[in-house]
Design a protein around this ligand. Sequence first.
Ligand code: XIL
Length: 344
Amino acid sequence: TGLKEAYKDRFLIGAAINTAIASGKHPDITEIIKRDFSSVTSENDMKWGSVRTADGGWKWEAADHFMNFALQNNLHAVGHTLAWHSQIPQSVFKDRSGEYVKPAELIKKMEEHITTIVGRYKGKLQAWDAVNEAIGDDNQMRKSHYFNVLGEEFIDRTFHLAHEVDPKAHLMYNDYNIERPGKREACVEMLKRLKKRGVPVHGLGIQAHVAVDGPSIADIEQSILAFAELGLRVHFTELDVDVLPQVWNLPVAEISTRFEYRPERDPFKDGLTQEMNDKLSSRYEELFKLFIKHKDKIDRVTLWGVSDDASWLNGFPIRGRTAYPLLFDRKHQPKDAYQRVLAL
Ligand code: XIL
């Protein structure tokens, strides 16, 4: 038995799965998922840019594979995501001359998009990361194309549309760095405004792309409490632990321009040192201890991937680097961190 059994009376334990896993191309990973995970999130295949063609049509193959994988293996399934500024064509927001479309036009596109995709998987997906990353690194509302055309109303519309089509789906607001005080406060304030306007938001997703040395357990705990206090269920939606400590406290945009990959400066190019592997294991252990402490508020903890070889952090935010952020190594073997989390 694995994590799934160990955590069944605590919270769901999930993994994001990529296109290859969802279409059954990695049988050994499928076996890991069956043993260790009770929930799956679509890593890329349900994003706007993945399900739509250039001319606004639909392509369902990969998203359907994800949905069938979840159904066949009896997994709780999370759709990701309905409104996000990234991995979506510019043409949704701008006309040919580069001008923003009128608010009514964007609203029409959102209506078509959200009612179609939520309707297709109604009764099959249990939850949606409805709106993703609407707050910027400056702790103000992100000046995304969505926001520039519709203001904060794009958030209200997304939740209302999804809720109308699938009233049983659990709808979440999802964001990163909201374990840190400044962005946490901005997020709490935004959620209060949404609640006041009667927007059907049911859950809060803390992405939790964290590092070995931060954010602190105290900060993460403050966020669990602050979001639960608003009457929302708390989810850790994209957990992974970066071993590059200098990276996590810089805005992502800065990191990619500031750091160029120099293999000779990468201490973990050919593998983790024992010391760093121990740190990683301890970090996972302290995180899961905190989650277990607050299991009454937390519905789910999802890792952003199963094994290190498939992690999005290979090459991000620094192109070319090797990452070790998950519970299974590059050969799909359970790491020491896995054993520590299993033993809790
Ligand atoms: C990432 C995927 O893991 C990558 O494969 C893709 O190239 C880029 O997007 N926050 C999110 C996720 O909400 O959608 C992102 O996923 C990781 C950061």
